[in-house]
Design a protein around this ligand. Structure first.
Ligand SMILES: [Zn+2]
Ligand SMILES: [Zn+2]
Length: 173
């Protein structure tokens, strides 16, 4: 029993033991400070109020590990950038709703991409028969897929018909 106690005492007193203890303490301290820094970086991205950010950083500094854990549980789920992005999206949607026109027949609100009035069945615009996207009334062809409603009747110009055409035109001219 005595020899075992002596061995433990010897190990504790040895410089290698002291060195490993210092290294361990150093690692614990580095990890703690890294967590404080992480809390600061993360809180700045998620919390707008600098006082709350300060409280979060201070908590993780005063309560090593525990403070960071508490912050990680209580922090807002969304980044500020995401929140702003969502607000912009909502605003864009609101603007789109304001752009909504009224049906010329029944006055029902019409979204810009409606083909027909859902209320009175009045056709408002045509859709491309190929890609089914909504076409403006003044468009000659579908700008999305290139479908031309008159393309079947007038073939696209190739080199051969042009030559034949000039050959025909030369004797007359
Ligand atoms: Zn209508
Ligand atoms: Zn199309």
């Amino acid at each position: 029993m005595d020899s075992a106690f002596e061995t433990i005492n010897k190990i504790i007193g040895s410089p290698i033991w002291m060195l490993s203890l210092y290294i361990f303490a150093f690692c614990v301290a580095v990890l703690w400070l890294a967590l404080v820094f992480w809390t600061f970086k993360d809180a700045r991205k998620r919390i707008e109020d600098p006082i709350i950010v300060g409280v979060a950083v201070l908590t993780s500094l005063v309560l090593p590990y525990m403070g960071t854990l508490v912050y990680a549980i209580l922090r807002p789920a969304e980044y500020l950038a995401e929140t702003r992005e969502r607000e912009l999206e909502v605003r864009a949607m609101e603007q789109e709703l304001q752009i909504m026109r009224a049906c010329p027949s029944c006055g029902e609100a019409i979204r810009p991409d409606y083909v027909a009035c859902p209320s009175c069945r009045r056709p408002l615009r045509s859709a491309c028969p190929v890609c089914e996207r909504v076409l403006e009334p003044n468009w000659k062809l579908c700008p999305y897929c290139g479908h031309d409603p008159r393309a079947r009747r007038v073939p696209p110009p190739t080199e051969e018909p042009t030559e034949a055409w000039t050959a025909q035109q030369q004797p007359t001219g």
